[in-house]
Design a protein around this ligand. Structure first.
Ligand code: FES
Ligand code: FES
Length: 190
């Protein structure tokens, strides 16, 4: 079947999609958006989290056909999504800008160089909340959604929002710090 949907503000079309194919597979393997990670494929780890019509979902559990006519935001579109939220109005990510999503080499201090980051991404870097990084895309999408609907979350709110996202490396405290930092910057208009 063919699936037509919007990904990060741009209309996309995937052909020959098998009925049992997941949204995660289509994003990664057909559309070339590998940011959403494939770990458990059972809805247990949250590393594949994307927003479907604004709601965070495990894309490994969503059949690609369910995305027909709907709006998906992945970690690759987070910066544009954040910009739309603060400035309003956008026609999606221009192709030239999308090409900048490709990973660039460099040291930690150069992280993000040449790529505009969403505030939550910058906060994760600044708080040292990224170690192996495998969980990070899902955590970023979930954290960004939390701060969109609740600009001043309590620690309990953060824990609840991120309860479906597992991290083996950080012990979660740096992740908590990152979300607190992003919330503080957001409230200060930084
Ligand atoms: S890969 Fe989807 S929840 Fe783990
Ligand atoms: S940073 Fe390695 S799993 Fe979270």
């Amino acid at each position: 079947m063919r699936v037509n949907f919007t990904v990060n503000g741009r209309p996309q079309e995937a052909d020959d999609v098998w009925e049992g194919e997941s949204l995660l597979y289509v994003l990664r393997e057909r559309l070339g958006l590998p940011g959403s990670k494939n770990a458990c494929e059972q809805g247990e780890c949250g590393s594949c989290t994307v927003r479907l019509d604004g709601v965070p979902v495990c894309s490994c559990l969503v059949a690609a056909g369910q995305a027909e006519g709907r709006d998906v935001v992945t970690v690759e579109g987070l910066a544009d999504h954040a910009r739309q939220r603060s400035c309003g109005g956008s026609d999606g990510v221009p192709l030239d800008a999308a090409k900048g999503w490709a990973a660039k080499g460099g040291t930690d201090s150069q992280a993000g160089e040449g790529i505009e980051l969403a505030p939550i991404q910058q906060a994760f870097i600044d708080a040292g909340a990224v170690q192996c990084g495998f969980c990070t895309p899902g955590l970023l999408v979930a954290s960004d959604e939390l701060l969109e609907r609740n600009p001043n979350p309590s620690d309990a709110d953060i824990r609840e929002a991120l309860s479906g996202n597992l991290c083996r490396c950080t012990g979660y405290e740096k992740i908590m710090d990152a979300v607190r930092l992003a919330a503080a910057r957001q409230s200060e208009g930084v």
